[in-house]
Design a protein around this ligand. Structure first.
Ligand SMILES: [Zn+2]
Length: 180
């Protein structure tokens, strides 16, 4: 008999984990606003989260880099606002889900890390065409479940702007090899 350790993402297994993580934040989604939410997570973790846009290699969306006392999130410049928010929430999801980071020196060019002012560290990178890890899929599920709560709280415009921006986003996504 084979004992099978699959890497297939099982939504049934991960949904309760993600829902528990969302609930244990104790966040009031009726006041949802992206920056407010990120601040709430930073407060809960008692670690500041610093987010900034920067020019990253082509087809990269964002990454999370853990330093000694602070979590840094770098987001590709010029993303569609909806994709920008999604990228921020994806990286914050890794934090909330207590994902251990990968050693970034094995993923990133040391010069790039240095140019970002980072001193090694662990974290996650989200980029088009990069194979999805289970942690990435769990982070994506977190964003999806968060969207659900935001929708129930009638705060969806905080994520997607006005309804016309959805069509705009579709055109944008179609023009992109986004496989995540
Ligand atoms: Zn990720």
């Amino acid at each position: 008999m084979w004992r099978i350790f699959t890497t297939v993402f099982d939504i049934k297994t991960h949904t309760p984990i993600v829902e528990h993580a969302l609930s244990s934040l104790g966040y009031d989604f009726t006041r949802f606003e992206v920056n407010d939410f990120v601040q709430h997570v930073a407060d809960r973790r008692q670690r500041p989260i610093l987010i900034r846009e920067t020019t990253l290699p082509v087809a990269w969306f964002g990454m999370w880099i853990q330093q000694a006392t602070t979590d840094f999130v770098f987001i590709q410049t010029g993303l569609h606002p909806v994709q920008h928010i999604h990228s921020v929430l994806h990286e914050v999801a890794h934090m909330v889900l207590r994902h251990s980071g990968d050693d970034l020196s094995t993923i990133l060019d040391p010069q790039l890390l240095a140019s970002l002012g980072m001193n090694g560290g662990k974290g996650h990178l989200r980029a088009a065409g990069r194979s999805r890890t289970l942690k990435d899929q769990e982070a994506e599920l977190f964003v999806y479940r968060l969207q659900n709560r935001v929708m129930q709280a009638e705060r969806l415009s905080e994520l997607f702007g006005d309804p016309t921006s959805i069509d705009e986003l579709k055109d944008y996504m179609d023009g992109m090899d986004f496989t995540h």
